[in-house]
Design a protein. Structure first.
Length: 64
């Protein structure tokens, strides 16, 4: 079930417009925004994982 991200109104699964019929929100904009956020979170998680692996290596972080 698709829902409007702004007014949480139900959208028909057969509705492929870019504007919520109930509140006029631009669905394309909202969905794009959501995806960007997910990508940022994934990138941050990946970065954290790499840093954790590197910190376990004995030669990492040694002062010269
Ligand atoms: Zn709406």
């Amino acid at each position: 079930m698709r829902k409007c991200p702004k007014c949480a109104g139900r959208l028909s699964p057969l509705f492929f417009g870019t504007e919520c019929k109930l509140c006029g929100a631009d669905l394309m904009y909202y969905r794009f925004d959501e995806r960007m956020e997910q990508d940022a979170q994934r990138a941050a998680a990946q970065d954290e994982k790499v840093r954790r692996i590197l910190s376990k290596l004995p030669f990492y972080g040694k002062k010269h």
